[in-house]
Write a protein that binds this ligand. Structure first.
Ligand code: P53
Length: 477
């Protein structure tokens, strides 16, 4: 019998979440309103998160799931205990900026917000769980949106600098792994969600987007600098919405289209990992007539404070073609159909070998340790008469993907720090706002309209993942 394949010693196993998708308690203990709170469920959501329609308030027509979410704010002890029972060695969560600085531009932070996360981190540590903290996961205080225009405004860099300075000092010794911006490249596709940007009439879209991109990249480098100054033990990562573009055919034009689409995303990580704007980006700015507001000293900061590791989410690969037939605006996030792949309930292509390919490409391109901080299957779960969910489809998906990652380590020699599945406990979907799109090992009784007891129960995948972790991956054989 051949030796069972496992993961490296110290490989971190766990799950990943985001504040607004799980905490609820949107107006408790001084928390201010954020962009993500005012993004409702339903057909208007996409127009709002992509910044095509300005929508800055709650109204009576819509349901806003983030208001209550799964109420992690009051259930965190119970939830972390369940993560510990699965054997998690890490838990990824994000800070709600507006709990710390309710408006964003205050000088003094809100102690109640700081205390909440301190309690959560201590609860993790109690079980030997290493917190992995995303500083901003698609959130920005609404006041910074309405008064400053979100990340298009350079002043927001300073507010972010204040935020991270407070966080690194307060949580020194409690938190070591930090991510500066969740899926930073999503700002190009969903600018209201990614950067608090809603477009004004007649604005040059790319000018606004790449201005905001420069500000986030600069803020990320400043955060890296401060993190290292406050505690040399801190490890700071960037975070890419990953998933390679394949050329739809071997036509060189399609291969080029795939390269271009990959670069649109890699652009951010190229700056954060290599410390400079890549040539293809500079030429793109020139062609488009964009002026990136680079001030004196900015380029030095980018150069001197690159990230320690590269993290990314992986759900699917996509296919690119040079001349797509359907180029409508609604098709912004979509891609060509790959006829070789099956799809999830929400139409996302399932491609575990693509995971291995994506991991290898990132490893070759950046030569830094990699951390998979999101992966999973959003599906409709139907509890049986006892409330039990037998989610074999989720187990299959994760089994294939974890094997692919193991191959990337054992066969391809990639250095990886850890793996956190998306939504270890059911939570609100970022893309659609639904509760119905579930990822968890733990079922939460709550529906799309906000009904339900919020009771937590273990799905079949709960014990499966527990076994995977306990055996450090050997259970898969
Ligand atoms: P949901 C697509 C669309 C929106 C957010 O997505 C996304 C993606 C995938 O790249 O990013 C991440 O909830 C994100 C999470 C999110 C998760 O994917 O639409 O970092 O916040 O929940 C899954 O199924």
């Amino acid at each position: 019998m051949s030796k069972k394949l496992t993961f490296p010693d110290g490989f971190l196993w766990g799950g990943a979440t985001a504040a607004n998708q799980l905490e609820g308690a949107y107006n408790e203990d001084g928390r201010g309103l954020a962009n993500v709170d005012v993004s409702p469920v339903g057909p208007d959501r996409v127009k709002i998160i992509t910044g095509q329609v300005k929508h800055f308030d709650f109204d009576n027509e819509h349901f806003y799931p983030a208001k209550g979410a799964i109420d992690f704010y009051h259930h965190y002890k119970e939830d972390i205990a369940l993560f510990a029972e699965m054997g998690f060695s890490t838990f990824r969560l994000s800070i709600a900026w507006s709990r710390i600085f309710p408006k964003g531009d205050e000088v003094e932070p809100n102690e109640a917000g700081l205390k909440f996360y301190e309690d959560v981190f201590k609860e993790c540590r109690k079980y030997g769980i290493e917190p992995l903290v995303t500083i901003t996961h698609f959130d920005i205080p609404m006041h910074l949106v309405t008064e400053y225009g979100g990340w298009r405004n350079r002043k927001v860099v300073t507010f972010y600098e204040n935020l991270v300075t407070v966080l690194f000092n307060r949580y020194k010794g409690l938190v070591k792994y930090w991510l500066t911006f969740n899926e930073i490249n999503v700002l190009l596709h969903a600018p209201f969600m990614g950067a608090g940007i809603a477009f004004e009439e007649g604005e040059n879209r790319n000018q606004v987007l790449y201005t905001a991109a420069h500000h986030e990249l600069l803020a990320s480098a400043i955060a890296t600098k401060i993190a290292h100054e406050v505690d040399p033990e801190n490890k700071v990562g960037c975070m890419l919405a990953g998933g390679k573009f394949y050329p739809l055919t071997p036509k060189p034009e399609d291969v080029k289209a795939a390269m271009d689409q990959d670069r649109e995303n890699y652009f951010f990580i190229d700056v954060q990992a290599h410390g400079e704007y890549p040539g293809y980006a500079l030429k793109f700015f020139e062609r488009e007539g964009l002026t990136i507001p680079i001030e004196e000293g900015d380029l030095d900061i980018l150069k001197e404070h690159t990230v320690d590791f590269v993290s990314f989410s992986y759900y699917q690969t996509r296919a690119a073609e040079a001349h797509p037939a359907d180029q409508t605006e609604a098709n912004l996030l979509a891609s060509a159909e790959n006829p070789y792949l099956k799809k999830s309930d929400w139409g996302w292509a399932i491609d575990s070998l693509g995971f291995r390919i994506t991991i290898n490409e990132l490893s070759d391109r950046y030569r830094k340790p990699l951390f998979v901080v999101e992966n999973g299957l959003g599906a409709v779960d139907v509890p049986d008469e006892n409330g039990y969910v037998a989610d074999d489809y989720r187990i299959d998906y994760l089994d294939q993907h974890i094997r692919a990652m193991r191959d990337a380590i054992n066969e391809d020699g990639v250095e990886m720090l850890g793996y956190t599945t998306w939504g270890p406990i059911d939570l609100v979907s970022a893309g659609t706002g639904e509760m119905k799109k579930r990822y968890g090992f733990i079922y939460v009784d709550r529906d799309n309209e906000g009904n339900g007891t919020l009771k937590r129960s273990k799905k079949k995948s709960f014990d499966w993942y527990k076994n995977v972790i306990a055996s450090n991956g050997a259970y898969l054989d």
